[in-house]
Design a protein around this ligand. Structure first.
Ligand SMILES: [Zn+2]
Length: 292
């Protein structure tokens, strides 16, 4: 009897605590309002009581929030191409100065994007690589794995991401493509028209974690923007930055070309978030905070 009463009391306590915790989190929002598979998104939340750290679990990944103005916290994140339409949990945790961890949850709807299909023809070696080339491709994977493992604990970007060239898109992200009538793959970046030698600009500030020639990507630059967010620029003819360089948004990092698996001169831009490739056009559309 006594025990049962205690149990009821502790239950009431936890309900009351949950009520208090809910008031801690407010103005939870995201951009864009409608998320689809392939979306880049910005989560924003206001947290009372000066938490030391705000994180969230989203699509099985841990995302870390950065401190904005007036108690706001924000995090750049995404929705992988493979995510099916449905409703997913966004689970916040805030670590308070006294060590308590407060939690809040939102259901976020993800809709199915409508992406296109296309057929392309490239030199046969890019579709059925010979054993020598397969070795090269494996070596490239190891080089990229090192670049992708690079970690920067704070956002290096500030404000909106910009298109790396002003010449317009030639093929959208998400297009289901067939190479030479047999190899099927999904286009995990955005292609831009870029006549040979067009200056390519950094989409945002960050650190160059790769600037070298790879088999499929050709001459490739990867910029780390912090907290698992990177941009990759492919098929370049010339580099104007080196690995380890810090770059500012809009700085020229390379000249465009047709190296690697390319049907002709163009720029392929990929946006990588924690191992997933997102739609660059959807990233450019976000209105992002300036870093303090
Ligand atoms: Zn492409």
């Amino acid at each position: 009897m006594h025990r049962a009463l205690l149990f009821v009391l502790s239950l009431v306590g936890s309900i009351a605590a949950t009520g208090a915790e809910t008031a801690t989190f407010s103005k939870i929002s995201w951009q864009p309002q409608v998320l689809v598979n392939g979306s880049a998104c910005l989560f924003t939340v206001t947290v009372q009581g000066a938490p030391q750290k705000v994180t969230a679990k989203w699509l099985k990944r841990d995302i870390e929030f950065s401190h904005g103005v007036r108690g706001t916290w924000y995090a750049l994140a995404g929705v992988a191409y493979e995510v099916k339409s449905g409703s997913y949990n966004l689970e916040f945790s805030a670590t308070m100065p006294d060590g308590r961890v407060l939690r809040e949850m939102r259901r976020v709807a993800v809709h199915a994007a409508r992406y296109k299909t296309s057929r392309l023809t490239v030199p046969e070696k890019y579709v059925t690589p010979d054993p020598e080339t397969l070795k090269r491709i494996e070596a490239d994977k190891a080089v990229k794995a090192v670049a992708f493992a690079h970690q920067m604990p704070t956002p290096q970007w500030s404000g909106d991401f910009i298109a790396p060239v002003s010449t317009g898109m030639s093929e959208a992200y998400g297009t289901s493509r067939t190479f030479n009538g047999k190899l099927a793959s999904v286009h995990r970046g955005e292609d831009f028209h870029a006549p040979m030698g067009t200056p390519v600009h950094a989409s945002n500030s960050g650190e160059v974690v790769l600037a070298r020639e790879l088999f499929y990507e050709g001459n490739c630059v990867i910029i780390d923007h912090g907290l698992g967010f990177m941009t990759m620029y492919m098929h370049l003819s010339q580099f104007t930055v080196r690995e380890g360089d810090k770059v500012e948004k809009d700085q020229v990092i390379a000249l465009s070309g047709d190296t690697g698996r390319a049907t002709g001169p163009h720029l392929h831009l990929a946006v990588r978030w924690n191992g997933e490739y997102l739609d660059p056009a959807k990233l450019f559309a976000l209105k992002l905070p300036e870093q303090p």
